[in-house]
Design a protein. Structure first.
Length: 189
């Protein structure tokens, strides 16, 4: 029964449009700038660095908290943990609070990995996304290469099958949410 409640809580927390709410407190709307998605990147563009940083930290935390509680504290594993680790990202990407339109789920994926591994996989992910975005200036391609880097790291440092299931399902979601950038020949300026 605990697993059901954690799964529901993880989805609802992920679905909370915190980036939108924080940016609206600053008198702006992140859906009015950039690619018009309600995530931390557009919160940064609309509201400035402090609004963007606040939105990012909240989006990371809304995934890290339920996943960390499930895995680190309650010791949940197996298919239930995979579902709980994916739920915040699905909630964020398809928020019922935003008519099932949501963000691209990068921050919630990072938050889930903080909940699962605390620091090492998130550091690999942050280093990878930073490097690839600087080099490629295309978020879709940077995401793909970061996911590959995370997979390589997991193979050598944390070869737990559960983690590969989580990463594989997250990769499917992230590729889908970044499909337009992946299909575009244009790069961001």
């Amino acid at each position: 029964m605990t697993e059901y409640w954690l799964l529901l809580t993880a989805f609802i927390l992920g679905a909370l449009p915190l980036s939108v709410w924080v940016t609206q407190l600053a008198g702006k709307d992140p859906r009015a700038v950039g690619d018009r998605n309600p995530g931390a990147t557009n919160a940064l563009k609309a509201g400035g660095k402090w609004v963007g940083l606040t939105a990012l930290m909240l989006d990371i935390s809304k995934a890290a908290a339920p996943v960390g509680l499930a895995y680190q504290i309650l010791g949940i594993s197996g298919p239930w943990l995979v579902a709980i680790a994916l739920a915040p990202s699905l909630g964020h990407a398809y928020s019922p609070f935003l008519r099932f339109k949501g963000g691209k789920a990068l921050a919630t994926v990072l938050g889930a990995w903080i909940g699962l591994t605390l620091w090492d996989v998130p550091l690999v992910a942050l280093a990878g996304i930073s490097l690839w975005f600087i080099l490629l200036k295309n978020s879709g391609r940077a995401v793909i290469l970061t996911l590959l880097g995370m997979a390589v790291y997991l193979v050598f440092a944390r070869p737990e099958p559960l983690f590969f299931w989580v990463l594989g399902l997250q990769a499917t979601l992230l590729i889908w949410k970044h499909r337009f950038e992946l299909l575009s020949r244009k790069v961001k300026e």
